[in-house]
Design a protein around this ligand. Sequence first.
Ligand SMILES: Cc1ncc(COP(=O)(O)O)c(C=O)c1O
Length: 478
Amino acid sequence: MSKLPIVDGIIDYIKEDNVPFSMPGHKNGRGFLTTEEGKKLYQSLIKGDITEVEGVDNLHNAESIIKESQELLRDLYGSYKSYFLVNGSTSGNLAMIFSCFNEGDKIIVERNCHRSVFNAIILKKLRPIYIKNIISKAYNAPFSIDMEHFLKIIDEHPEAKGIVVTYPNYYGICTDLKAVIKRAKEKNMLVLVDSAHGAHFGFSSELPESAVKLGADIVVMSAHKTLPSLTQSAYLHVGDNIDINKVNFYVSAFTSTSPSYMLMSTLDYARYFMETQGRQVFEECIKIANIYREKINSLQSFHILSREDIKKEFSGYNYDMDATRFVIHLDNNYSGHELLEYLRGRAVQCEMSDDSNVVLILSPFNIEQDYEKLYYALKQCPLEQLKTDFSRVLINDLPQTAMLPYEVMDKDSFQVEIDEAVGSISAASIVPYPPGVPIIMPGEIVDEEAINMIKYYLENNKSVLGVNSGKKILVIKE
Ligand SMILES: Cc1ncc(COP(=O)(O)O)c(C=O)c1O
């Protein structure tokens, strides 16, 4: 057994020398090495791991260098005030939801939201109303929110205080945020955007517009996912109609009292890099991506989703797609998971897979050889090896709610066989992964349809979070 399991594990991974088509956005450090300023930062990163000593600033009360850097960030994105986050978009989602809503408020939220959004709903004791996600039959994956359902929900719940949307989702697919914001504003609702995957948006006309520019009231971005900054580093952008005192309090409350200068330095650098070169390098990145998109599309059984595919799927609304994300869709009976594993064996690291697709995150720091390696690996892929018992993503109607999610936390619960759970109130989220869209949320009533769905995913050997190995689920003791 190794004495340094983590250190050795990471060194072994580095030795594999995988082509980086996954997070973080700096792609194995390359993102810091394309400029003189970046090189200097790279060389002094560990020595720069200091705390708020004399002469530097304090993130919890920014008055000098951090303040100045945050103001530059604000100017670049066009917000009223911008913050550095060292605890990821996870802390940003918590801080934005806590700043915008009061205990007991009703809010409209995408069913397929990130767990930090759902945790905020529990901790702040909110009443969520869910918007369904569209499941694409053609691509067998969840594709952003169902606009018709959103419009119905917003009319049925005019007392809701706001809406929380993900823009884009993990597949790079963007809802028609402009239309969502317009409708929400007509109803005097706040629009909170989890744009964890969209920090690079708006830097090219080939990319979707930034959520800040589209007029969202408050926006979270994981800089580390698509820009040259370290894992865990993120931005929060706030509009002028939000109570800044509350945001100051909650951002601080959800942040370590020892914020890392390594993370903050790279947040400063990512902003500088985007300001000085963002447009040019992202346009070059999209150009090369488009060349390889065509090459890969010419191979049998692979198709990379395009803006046009998404627009066709969602005609009538202005849905969009991130041009720096490859979603490689496989013909019917080939498995995305098997392809991801095969590519890793060929030293190509992808971001994630589902039953029918593999997602890759591209960046200006991916060089032509990376794409060549991907292309040849796909070209030489023994398709027979990817064959699987195909399962189709199913989605149920939203179950009835018996309790609010936070009320569940104080109740006693027990495990019950799935078949015996009909009519019980769930004490946990039950989420087949993929696609990651919850079948049941805590406080919802387990109905026949939900049980059939859970069984379908289990029979197809999918992992279903919230179902234990004995095929039991947690329900409330009444
Ligand atoms: C949509 C979405 N929101 C928020 C997060 C959390 O981001 P972070 O890892 O920066 O905390 C993620 C993480 O993957 C995400 O996919």
